[in-house]
Design a protein around this ligand. Structure first.
Ligand SMILES: [Zn+2]
Length: 172
């Protein structure tokens, strides 16, 4: 696996044609989880995925669109068109570098502009395919595993954070 701790030569020598880009958010996560939860989870999933398929892991994007959480201090958001343009530039640079596909690991469900971005980019750039694992997870039957449905700051998110960073979960 190569990642952002690799040198440019190591990344070139790896011959990897797939880049993994985690996208998180900095936003309130209730009284028990830190504001970095979505970014940390997206980065962790991206890291494991990169190991499994020998892809190049990019740094997780810590900001996206979370205006719905603006009432709570600690949330930081950007406008949807800014996020769209930023993603466009990142993916165009990856295409220029010779990557054949980008896998987006979306840690924050509220990045609604991601769907039109993926459609537009894939329609105009035949080379890069953007895949979003979250779409494959949604129809999964969580009954028997979770007592409550997956939502913001939910049982699933809290369980994953306990696994990845127990000290950051407040025991209320
Ligand atoms: Zn979250």
């Amino acid at each position: 696996m190569t990642d952002y701790y690799s040198t440019a030569d190591e990344i070139a020598e790896s011959g990897c044609e797939t880049a993994i880009l985690p996208a998180g958010s900095t936003e309130q996560h209730g009284p028990h989880l830190p504001v970095c939860a979505d970014t940390l989870l997206a980065a962790a999933i991206g890291e494991r995925l990169a190991e499994k398929i020998s892809a190049v892991l990019l740094p997780a994007i810590p900001y996206s669109t979370c205006r719905e959480h603006m009432g709570k201090k600690g949330s930081v958001w950007m406008n949807a068109d800014t996020f769209y343009r930023m993603m466009w530039d990142i993916c165009e640079s990856l295409e220029y570098q010779g990557y054949k596909r980008v896998i987006l690991v979306q840690g924050h469900g509220g990045i609604f502009v991601m769907t039109p971005f993926i459609r537009d980019f894939n329609a105009k750039h035949g080379k890069i395919k953007i895949i979003r694992p979250e779409d494959n997870m949604r129809p999964y039957d969580w009954s028997g595993i979770l007592e409550s449905p997956p939502l913001h700051s939910c049982e699933m998110e809290t369980s994953l954070m306990l696994y990845l960073s127990e000290k950051s979960v407040r025991k209320l």
